[in-house]
Design a protein around this ligand. Structure first.
Ligand code: 13P
Length: 257
């Protein structure tokens, strides 16, 4: 009888370096992270670095227990798309993950839900695990439309590709008002949205929903990580600023044990 059994989802901590880094600085950061995390085996760990540093991440992290990935990709396989990077190129550098639909891309580069869905599909077609970001702005939260906003962002993928596609994906709930502001969502606020996301997926497929890894992102620090990761539907974190300091990122990874 399966009823009543609690599924233990493996936690995942992903660093999103955004547009930070230089070769020399990265060297120390990647070394610090890979050494600091080497003894940990209770969760999965990754860093999503700027494109030019994928080769550096690959050469420094291969053979260890920190995976790497990118922060964006083109929805197209190849072609005359100046400045774009295709999923196959990320595969060439052994990426495991790619962040899709980060709020900075939705907001600053006007990525629509439709584009996000196309990028999601391109990632999966190449065998990459998309980390699909969803989340509301401050004014949306204040207007009490958080669930509606997150539902629309989620449905853009669910309606196109079905719940089965989410069995090979990660969701990151990142309230825009908590990103880079130092204002973390409280564990209860985050948990409520995570549970909403899981329930919405469960309407399509309960098993996929139960196994779905849902990360929280937005001012996660060593000091608040354990409390957030202790919530039943929070399966780890997507870490911005704190992923740029090896000891901070390692402390967050430790909190996911
Ligand atoms: P901060 O951790 O700097 O708030 O950034 C969160 C984020 O956007 C991760 O993708």
């Amino acid at each position: 009888m399966l009823t009543g059994l609690v599924t233990m989802r493996r936690k995942l901590v992903v660093g999103n370096w955004k547009m930070y880094g230089r070769l020399v600085k990265n060297q120390a950061l990647l070394q610090g992270v890979s050494e600091g995390v080497r003894q940990l085996n209770g969760a999965d760990y990754a860093v999503c670095v700027p494109y030019p540093y994928l080769a550096q991440a690959q050469s420094m992290l291969q053979g260890g227990n920190v995976a790497w990935g990118a922060q964006n990709l083109s929805p197209f396989e190849e072609g005359a798309y100046t400045g774009e990077v295709a999923s196959g190129m990320l595969v060439d550098f052994a990426c495991s993950y790619v962040i899709i639909g980060h709020s900075e891309r939705r907001g600053l580069y006007h990525e629509s839900n439709e584009t996000v869905a196309q990028k999601f599909a391109a990632a999966q077609k190449s065998g990459l695990t998309p980390i699909l970001c969803v989340g509301e702005t401050l004014s949306e939260r204040e207007s009490a439309v958080t669930e509606a906003v997150v539902a629309t962002q989620l449905d853009a993928v669910l309606d196109h590709f079905g719940a089965a596609a989410l069995s090979r994906a990660v969701i990151a709930y990142e309230p825009v008002w908590a990103i880079g502001t130092g204002k973390t969502a409280s564990p209860e606020q985050a948990q409520a949205v995570h549970a909403f996301i899981r329930q919405r997926v469960a309407k399509h497929d309960a098993k996929v929903a139960e196994g779905l890894c849902i990360l929280y992102g937005g001012s996660v620090k060593a000091a608040n990580a354990a409390e957030l990761f202790g919530m039943p539907d929070i399966d780890g974190g997507l870490i911005g600023g704190a992923s740029l300091v090896a000891e901070d990122f390692v402390a967050i990874c430790r909190a996911a044990q």
